[in-house]
Design a protein around this ligand. Structure first.
Ligand code: NAP
Length: 327
């Protein structure tokens, strides 16, 4: 009898993904839906498994990776992988995989929904109504910023950035972008315009951050950058907390250097309820739900399962395995 490889799954995942894993492997799973696996459980489990199936809430750092004795693959159920020390994994001969593409359109939808909710003060308006403050229609009551015809500046024109640009075009927006590499093909196809970062910040009505979180993008948007923005600017971050410096964002909002912000991600998640940003009516805050449609989460879970099994079956060169490092 051939022994199946051993896998640890750090959270209860959709049954479609779990049953796929169980076909090929001996699976242990942290059964909680809402609570991340405790570090000490992860430390113990990682010692004996061939594959780790994890989420962005799991910090897979060098001390954890060092404990693994036979680990071959870390499969992250997310496109971002800043929770994993990918260099350390590579040094230990461990392949790291992620789930790109499958969540692109869903996350772009949420980014645009957040942009619209922030610009047109949807959350504030609902509170206003529920609190019984709606006395009558009034000319300037709860007035927001126009979206159609406005200029959007997308920082990080990757998969999701491009999908947001397509949506913006549907709203007759003027689309600017800033990226490490210029994308002439996209510029021509979508009619979007490259701008150096500071020029984009000064020109845009909406500033949408969609880069990964890296050493290079940490605090990419801070005091200096807010000072360049229009007083009517709206900042949308659906990428990762920490790319926009939260203290600087708070100062910019309170000092009216910018008009509003929509945030799906925070430096610390869950964001503490006494966080100063949550006291501001012009901040729309969401609990990191960018990719959270039922179908997309199932697709991500299955893709992460296939990535993991693909590596364990010894097909690391298989193009359908989404690797982010090499061993
Ligand atoms: P992607 O295709 O890799 O796009 C990222 C883009 O950012 C690339 O075009 C890249 O440009 C650019 N970039 C990287 N570093 C940069 C820098 N220092 N300055 C300027 N541009 C830079 O990734 P994606 O699939 O669109 O996902 C983007 C991020 O969204 C993920 O990393 C993740 O953190 C976040 N995300 C959040 C949610 C959510 O639930 N809120 C859901 C999905 C994804 P180059 O090609 O030139 O490197």
């Amino acid at each position: 009898m051939v022994l199946k490889p051993k896998i640890f799954v750090t959270r209860k995942i959709p049954h479609q993904a779990l049953s796929y894993l169980e076909k090929y492997a001996e699976v242990a799973m942290w059964e909680e839906e809402d609570i991340p696996v405790p570090r000490e459980v992860l430390e113990k489990e990682i010692e004996t498994v061939d594959g780790l199936y994890c989420l962005l809430t799991d910090k897979v750092d060098e001390p954890l990776i060092k404990r693994a004795k036979q680990l071959k693959v870390i499969s992250n159920m997310a496109v971002g992988y800043n929770n994993i020390d990918i260099r350390s994994a590579a040094n230990h001969g461990i392949i790291v995989t992620n789930t790109p593409d499958v969540l692109t359109e869903t996350t772009a939808d949420l980014t645009f929904a957040l942009l619209m909710a922030t610009a047109r003060r949807l959350v504030e308006s609902q509170h206003f109504l529920h609190q019984g403050k709606w006395q009558s229609w009034s000319p300037m009551l709860l007035t927001g910023q126009d979206i159609f015809g406005a200029t959007i500046g997308i920082i990080g024109l990757g998969r999701i950035g491009e999908a947001v640009a397509r949506r913006a075009k549907g709203f007759d927006m003027n689309v600017l972008y800033y990226n490490r590499r210029r994308k002439p093909e996209l510029e021509a196809r979508l009619n979007v315009q490259y701008e150096p970062l500071n020029d984009l910040l000064a020109a845009a009505d909406f500033i949408c951050i969609l880069t990964p979180y890296t050493d290079e993008t940490r605090d990419l948007i801070s005091d200096e950058q807010f000072k360049l923005m229009k007083a009517s600017a709206i900042v949308i971050n659906t990428s990762r907390g920490g790319i926009v410096n939260e203290n600087a964002l708070y100062r910019a909002l309170v000092n009216k250097e910018i008009w509003a912000a929509g945030l799906d991600v925070f430096e610390e998640e869950p964001v503490p309820l006494d966080h100063p940003l949550l006291t501001l009516p012009n901040v729309v805050a969401l609990p990191h739900i960018g990719s959270a449609s039922i179908q997309t989460r199932v697709n991500m879970a299955v893709m992460a399962a296939k990535n993991l099994i693909g590596v364990l079956q010894g097909n690391p060169e298989d193009a359908s395995i989404h690797k982010v490092n090499r061993n």
